[in-house]
Design a protein around this ligand. Structure first.
Ligand code: ATP
Ligand code: LTN
Length: 335
């Protein structure tokens, strides 16, 4: 599976709920496509999810489900390294070292920290503040070349590069500087009810998001009630027609059709027809994932075994960097 000549891709996703159509079209589907050309490392960021309050039993369940969802979406453990972050102890250890290499001022400027603090004023924990340092550790432990993340995470990636540069300067060349990776086929999917904000797993309005486990009937219903406009013309114009443009983006991402082709296909037709066709295309795309997921969740032994194998390999790879880092900063290594 590992090929020295291939570049390393690394990304993580938090187990904060069932993946949405946005997570799939914007991230996980491209992760699957990259497996052929890169050494890919994908993980469930359960340590990061501790910054948000989730019932322990629910967190366990969501972590298992998120792992199964990655496999159901076509991430193949024979081709890629797939693991749960907390199963590799190097992440927590490296996280502390990265904390001590991060400045209060730079962490204070992170927009995600400001946004999440505003959203959860009753739980502004220290982990939320040092979240980017843990993330920097995740990336640097594996000497990743590319990190596919959405626009919301680019500031954290920039932070990672800053910390790595500073560390290399202070202690000698240790880390490769990771770059962002923005797949051509990646789509930014907006909420079906408020097309000016992104579709998000943690949205409390179920009509706003398509879960990748929704069945055909539910998907068609949600698309039917998606917010559009009163012009009754299928035309791509994200500024003036965010709802229709979002549906076009989804349809284009699923079918590979261009915006011009989609406009031609629906010329003279109403939004009703358009929404049904888009909904059907999405339902067809997601059906195999739902079926794979159901099958995987029946086979707990297989999931446990794959998690264990992933954890072992991840620990093997990350330990090399961690040992080097510990030496560099002057921690006395055990004999
Ligand atoms: P949460 O609601 O818990 O913040 P989220 O749905 O916003 O979760 P993340 O776990 O933060 O998702 O992101 C996982 C990956 O999915 C990231 O690479 C992110 O850029 C991508 N992603 C998330 N939402 C969308 C979206 N609506 N469109 C495209 N990509 C998305
Ligand atoms: N913060 C990311 C999840 C994440 C991640 C990472 C992504 C944690 N560690 C390392 C890429 C690389 C998110 O919320 N999407």
């Amino acid at each position: 599976m590992e090929n020295e000549a291939k570049k390393i891709i690394l990304s993580g996703i938090q187990p904060t709920g069932v993946f949405t159509l946005g997570n799939y079209l914007g991230a996980v589907r491209s992760w699957k496509q990259m497996q052929e050309d890169y050494n890919c490392y994908y993980f469930i960021a359960d340590l990061h999810s501790l910054t948000i309050h989730i019932e322990p039993q629910k967190r366990r369940q969501q972590t298992r489900e998120a792992f199964a969802l990655l496999l159901a979406c076509g991430i193949d453990p024979e081709k890629s390294l797939v693991f749960v972050q907390s199963h590799n102890k190097c992440h927590a250890e490296m996280g502390w070292i990265m904390d001590c290499c991060s400045q209060f001022g730079e962490l204070s400027r992170m927009t995600q920290f400001k946004d999440k603090s505003a959203k959860h004023p009753d739980n502004i924990n220290a982990g939320l503040f040092t979240y980017p340092a843990l993330m920097a550790g995740d990336i640097l432990l594996y000497q990743a070349d590319y990190v596919p993340v959405g626009a919301d995470q680019t500031q954290h990636l920039e932070f990672t590069r800053d910390v790595a540069t500073r560390f290399n300067h202070a202690y000698g060349e240790t880390f490769k500087l990771p770059e962002g990776y923005f797949p051509k086929a990646g789509a930014r999917v907006m909420s079906l009810q408020d097309p000016t904000s992104k579709m998000s797993k943690s949205d409390t309005n179920p009509k706003a998001t398509i879960s990748i486990l929704d069945d055909e009937k539910t998907i068609l219903k949600k698309f039917k009630s998606a917010v559009t406009d009163s012009e009754a013309c299928v035309r791509f114009d994200p500024e003036a027609k965010p709802g229709v443009s979002n549906l076009m983006t989804i349809y284009s991402a699923v079918t590979g059709k261009t915006m011009a082709e989609i406009e031609a296909e629906f010329a003279g037709k109403g939004y009703g027809d358009f929404k049904t066709v888009v909904g059907q295309a999405v339902a067809d795309e997601l059906r195999p994932i739902r079926e794979n997921f159901a099958r995987l969740m029946q086979d707990r032994a297989y999931l446990d075994e794959e998690m264990k194998k992933g954890a072992e390999r991840a620990t093997y790879i990350a330990s090399k960097t961690l040992t080097k880092v510990k030496k560099r900063v002057g921690l006395l290594l055990e004999k």
